[in-house]
Design a protein around this ligand. Structure first.
Ligand SMILES: [Zn+2]
Length: 304
């Protein structure tokens, strides 16, 4: 913010076009009002705070109050993003910051943390909040439990992609995106189609990495899941490429005919769709995927 206006340069630096518009359209309060931080998650832009359960409860929406991540305490913004054991582990994994036991609101916590962090770290803090919130939504809406590792991993990945987008042009980054990409929540596949969600996690300290596959039918019911842990330290894009390739083998073994595969790792989707043959280990996994998929009716999409 710059006086009573949003600082355009900072908005352009930190947010995508849609979010820039949302933020620019957010009016300021009166001069004597204290600044507050809000999350504009709702697509309609109608709500200016997270649809967190205690808020919904206050609006007389009958929902359980308890935090779905730990089932220990009431679900407030401060709890989910900061004080919950799950959030705590996420922050601690990145050696970021401190328990907020004596800080009563999320606004205060965020402001104090941004205050004591270099500007370079701001992106990670904000992105981490988004990733933790997404993990909470995955559990509430899709009944999918997230690992601390995967939250930390997706935060790093998002930031890396964002930095890459700053280096090249955004247009180049999204060049290979096709209709069906970019869904931010799980959508049912077409009739008689199986949808396989793919995820990879790195356990850096243990020199291991894992893949997770989850198949759902067209009604959204989980048909089957599979997870594997492998030895070795690999780069995140390799772990994800292996996960996507393993999904193909799994689909073939299961004999599913109409299948949609989705991953949240854009680089893998781009590499598979492009015609470029890379000589790197990553490239050979991609090549293997392209070879395996020939003749199969499997579509691959990128999801946020
Ligand atoms: Zn909790």
């Amino acid at each position: 913010m710059d006086g009573q206006q949003w600082d355009r340069d900072i908005l352009v630096d930190l947010f995508n076009y849609r979010d820039q518009q949302c933020i620019s359209n957010t009016p300021f309060g009166g001069n004597d009002e204290e600044d507050k931080l809000y999350w504009r998650e709702d697509i309609t832009g109608e709500y200016t705070c997270l649809p967190i359960r205690t808020n919904l409860y206050a609006k007389r929406v009958p929902v359980p109050l308890i935090c779905p991540m730990c089932n220990m305490e009431d679900e407030t913004v401060n709890h989910v993003l900061v004080n919950c054991t799950f959030a705590n582990q996420c922050w601690e994994r990145r050696c970021l910051y401190y328990r907020a036991s004596n800080i009563s609101s999320f606004d205060l916590w965020l402001m104090s943390i941004l205050d004591r962090t270099s500007k370079d770290g701001h992106g990670e803090i904000v992105t981490m909040c988004g990733s933790i919130w997404q993990a909470r939504n995955q559990l509430v809406w899709n009944n999918k439990k997230s690992e601390v590792n995967s939250v930390v991993f997706s935060t790093k990945q998002y930031l890396a992609e964002w930095k890459m987008a700053q280096g090249s042009s955004t247009k180049a980054l999204y060049r290979d995106v096709i209709p069906g990409d970019g869904a931010s929540s799980w959508v049912k596949p077409k009739e008689n189609t199986v949808k396989v969600s793919v995820d990879a996690v790195l356990f850096t300290e243990l020199s291991k990495y894992g893949i997770g596959l989850l198949a759902r039918d067209d009604s959204g019911q989980v048909i089957q899941g599979r997870s594997e842990v492998y030895d070795g330290s690999v780069r995140p894009e390799i772990a994800e490429a292996i996960a996507v390739k393993e999904a193909l083998s799994w689909i073939q073994v299961r004999g599913w005919k109409e299948v949609v595969v989705e991953t949240d790792y854009l680089m893998v989707v781009q590499a598979i769709r492009s015609k470029v043959n890379m000589k790197s280990p990553f490239g050979s996994i991609i090549l293997e995927y392209r070879r395996m998929i020939m003749g199969l009716n499997i579509e691959l999409f990128f999801v946020k």
